[in-house]
Ligand binder design. Structure first.
Ligand code: PDD
Length: 286
C-alpha cells in the first residue's frame, strides 16, 4: 500500500516527499520531534506529547507552527491516509530553511513533517514475553537532553552498539556510573530490595511521556516508586530492569552486558505495568 507524508501543508507520496537542502534540521539538527503510538487509528497520550513538543520548541525559540487543533487534524489525517490501525506517528518541526549560518535566521517559517507507519504489535508483544537483552555504554550526549531534538547521533551510536551485540537497547551511564536512560527509552529497575526506581527527570534526560503515565499507574497499582538514579552495577543486581517509550511501551530487559537479570525472565512488576499501560493507552487514545 502506498504511504503518504505531510510536508509543509501538503500530503505527498512518501517516496517523493522532500525537504529543502538548506533546511536547518538537515544542516544543524536544529529541530525537534515527537512520536505518538497509535491504537485503532487513534493517538495515545496526545496531550502529553503535545505539551512536551511545545516546551521543546519554546526552549529552542522555534515558532509553534500551528494551533493544537490544526496539528491534531494533520496527525489524524496522516494516520487515515496511511491506513494505520496500530503503529506510530512521527512529527518533526525544524526552524526552517535559510542559507547556512549558525545564528537563527530572521523571518523563516518552521518546516513541519508528519509520517505514520503501521507496526505489528505482535512482534513487540512476543519480545516482551521473553524479555530483551540490554547493553551499556557511556552517555556522550549534550547538556539539554530534556529537549527532544533531532540531534540524535549519540543515541544512534548507542542503539547501533546494542544491535551489533544482538541486544534491543543500550542503557547509557554518566561519569559517576549512574544510568541516565536508554538510547530511545527511559530506564527503570526493581532493585535488589524490591523497590521500583527510575532516574529523577530533573537530571539530563528526556522526561518520557510513557514514564509519566507509568508513574501514575504504579501509584494506582500500589507500587511504591523512588525517583532516584541507579548505577549499572545496581541494575545488574536488580530483580527487574525495563525500559519505556511510546514505541516500545514497557519492555523488560532480562540481561545486561550478558549478565542475567533476576531469573532471566520478565518480572512481575514490568509485566503488570506493561499490561495496565497498554490497557489504559488503548482506552484513552483519541
Ligand atoms: N524516543 N528517552 C529518549 C532518549 C527517547 O528518545 C525517548 C523516546 C524516551 C521515551 O519517551 P516517551 O515515553 O515520551 O516516548 C526516553 C522515541 C520513541 C524515538 O526517538 O523514537
Amino acid at each position: 500500500m502506498s504511504r503518504v507524508a505531510y510536508v509543509n501543508g501538503v500530503y505527498q507520496p512518501h517516496g517523493q516527499a522532500v525537504i529543502h537542502v538548506e533546511d536547518r534540521g538537515f544542516q544543524f539538527a536544529d529541530g525537534v520531534y515527537e512520536v505518538w503510538s497509535v491504537f485503532e487509528g487513534r493517538l495515545a497520550d496526545f496531550d502529553g506529547h503535545l505539551t512536551r513538543l511545545k516546551r521543546s520548541l519554546t526552549e529552542l525559540k522555534i515558532d509553534i507552527p500551528m494551533s493544537d487543533g490544526a496539528l491534531s487534524r494533520v496527525l489524524a489525517e496522516t494516520i487515515r491516509r496511511n491506513r494505520v490501525r496500530t503503529g506510530i506517528v512521527y512529527l518533526q518541526v525544524t526552524r526552517g530553511t535559510a542559507s547556512r549560518d549558525h545564528a537563527f535566521p530572521r523571518d523563516v517559517a518552521p518546516s513541519v513533517v508528519v509520517t505514520a507507519r503501521t507496526i505489528d504489535l505482535n512482534k513487540g508483544e512476543a519480545l516482551a514475553r521473553t524479555g530483551a537483552a540490554g547493553v551499556t555504554q557511556p552517555d556522550i550526549r549534550w547538556g539539554r537532553c530534556d529537549i527532544k531534538t533531532v540531534g540524535l547521533l549519540p543515541n544512534v551510536l548507542a542503539k547501533q552498539a546494542a544491535r551489533e551485540k544482538g541486544a534491543y537497547e543500550c542503557l547509557m551511564f554518566d561519569e559517576m556510573g549512574l544510568v541516565t536512560e536508554g538510547s530511545s527509552t527511559n530506564a527503570w529497575i526493581v532493585d535488589e530490595h524490591g523497590k521500583l526506581r527510575t532516574r529523577d527527570a530533573q537530571a539530563n534526560i528526556l522526561k518520557g511521556i510513557t514514564r509519566m503515565a507509568l508513574m501514575k499507574l504504579a501509584e494506582s497499582e500500589g507500587i511504591e516508586l523512588e525517583e532516584r538514579a541507579f548505577t549499572v552495577e545496581e541494575a545488574k543486581r536488580a530483580r527487574e530492569v525495563f525500559v519505556t517509550a511510546a514505541s516500545s511501551f514497557v519492555m523488560p530487559l532480562v540481561s545486561l552486558d550478558g549478565a542475567r537479570i533476576g531469573d532471566g525472565r520478565p518480572g512481575p512488576i514490568a509485566t503488570r505495568l506493561r499490561d495496565v499501560y497498554l490497557e489504559q493507552a488503548r482506552r484513552e487514545a483519541i
